[in-house]
Design a protein around this ligand. Structure first.
Ligand SMILES: NC(=O)c1ccc[n+]([C@@H]2O[C@H](COP(=O)([O-])OP(=O)(O)OC[C@H]3O[C@@H](n4cnc5c(N)ncnc54)[C@H](O)[C@@H]3O)[C@@H](O)[C@H]2O)c1
Length: 271
C-alpha cells in the first residue's frame, strides 16, 4: 500500500508511538487525523504535520463514530484506521491481583476500541473494495509481559481479533496488520518524550519504530515485528512451550531478585 494521498486516522497519536506514526505517515504523503484523549497533545502533533486533531476516547463507541464522521466530512473516506491507543497499568501482586477496573480498562482499550473502529469504517471499506485496518498489539500479545497479566491477556485478544478480521475480510480488499513491538522509548516505559532515546539496545526509538511499521504496511505484512528477535522467540515458544515458560520464570525470578518488583519502567532495562 502506498501512503501517498491516503486518509489515515491514528488513535492515541498525541504522544509516543502514535505521534511518531502520525509524523511518518504524513512524511510519506498521507493526510492524518490525530486522535487522542488529550486534545492539546493531538493539536500540537496535527499542527506539526499539517493534519487535523480530534479529542477522542477510543474506548467509547460514540466517540469513534463521531471521529470517523468528522474525518469523512473534512477529508473524505478513511483509507487507514490505525487503532493504536493503549495503556499499561501493572499489577500489585499475583497474576490476578489487578483490580477489575484495570482488567476492564485493558479490555476496553486493547480490544473493544479495535472493534468500535472496525464497525465505524469497515462497511464503507468493503463498499469501496479497499481499506487498511491496523491494530497496535505488542510482543506481549504473542509472548507475554512479565508483571502485567491484564496487559498480556488483552493484547493476545487483540492479535486474535486481527486474525479474525483478515480471515473474514481479506478477500474483500481489506488489508489487516497487527503490530507487535517489544520495548519502545515512550512515557509508557518512563521515557521523557523529548528525549525518546534509550541506552538499552533493545529499546527502539519511536521514530525508528514508526519507520519499520510504515515499511511493513507498504508491503502489507500481517504480523508486524519491528524487533526482529520477537520472531525467533515466537518460534522457540511454539516449538518448546514448556522450555519457553521455564525461561520466562527464570527471567521473572532474576527481575524480582534484582529489583524486588516487576515495574515496567525499571525491569525493561534487565531484559
Ligand atoms: N512503549 C512500548 O514499549 C510499547 C510496546 C509494545 C506496544 N505498545 C503499544 O503501543 C501503543 C502506544 O503506546 P505508547 O508507548 O506510545 O504509549 P504512551 O503512553 O506514550 O502514549 C499513549 C497515547 O494514547 C493516549 N490514550 C490512552 N488511552 C486512550 C484512549 N482511551 N483514547 C484515546 N487516546 C488514548 C494517551 O493520551 C497517549 O497520548 C499502546 O497500544 C501500547 O500498548 C507500546
Amino acid at each position: 500500500m502506498d501512503f501517498n494521498r491516503k486518509i489515515a486516522i491514528i488513535t492515541g497519536a498525541g504522544h509516543g508511538i502514535g505521534a511518531a506514526l502520525a509524523r511518518e505517515f504524513a512524511a510519506r504523503g498521507a493526510r492524518v487525523a490525530v486522535a487522542d484523549l488529550n486534545e492539546t497533545a493531538a493539536k500540537s502533533v496535527a499542527q506539526e504535520i499539517g493534519g487535523i486533531a480530534f479529542r477522542c476516547d477510543a474506548t467509547l463507541e460514540g466517540d469513534i463514530q463521531a471521529l470517523v464522521a468528522l474525518v469523512e466530512a473534512e477529508l473524505g473516506p478513511v483509507d487507514i484506521f490505525f487503532s493504536n491507543a493503549g495503556i499499561c497499568l501493572g499489577e500489585p501482586d499475583h497474576a490476578a491481583s489487578a483490580p477489575n477496573s484495570t482488567w476492564q480498562a485493558c479490555w476496553d482499550v486493547h480490544v473493544m476500541a479495535h472493534v468500535y473502529a472496525t464497525r465505524a469504517v469497515l462497511p464503507g471499506m468493503i463498499g469501496r473494495g479497499d481499506g487498511y485496518l491496523v491494530q497496535m498489539a505488542s510482543a506481549a500479545g504473542v509472548l507475554n509481559q512479565i508483571g502485567d497479566a491484564a496487559y498480556s491477556t488483552t493484547k493476545h485478544a487483540a492479535v486474535g481479533f486481527s486474525e479474525a478480521l483478515s480471515i473474514t475480510h481479506g478477500d474483500q480488499g481489506i488489508k489487516v496488520s497487527v503490530a507487535c513491538p517489544q520495548y519502545v522509548a515512550t512515557s509508557m516505559l518512563g521515557y521523557d518524550e523529548p528525549t525518546q532515546a534509550s541506552s538499552v539496545p533493545s529499546v527502539l526509538n519511536p521514530t525508528v519504530l514508526a519507520q519499520r511499521v510504515a515499511d511493513a504496511m507498504e508491503v502489507e505484512t500481517f504480523m508486524i515485528l519491528p524487533h526482529p528477535d520477537v520472531a525467533d522467540y515466537m518460534i522457540f515458544k511454539a516449538s518448546h512451550y514448556k522450555k519457553w515458560l521455564g525461561a520466562m520464570r527464570k527471567l521473572r525470578a532474576k527481575i524480582i531478585m534484582k529489583l524486588g518488583r516487576t515495574k515496567l519502567a525499571e525491569m525493561h532495562k534487565l531484559i
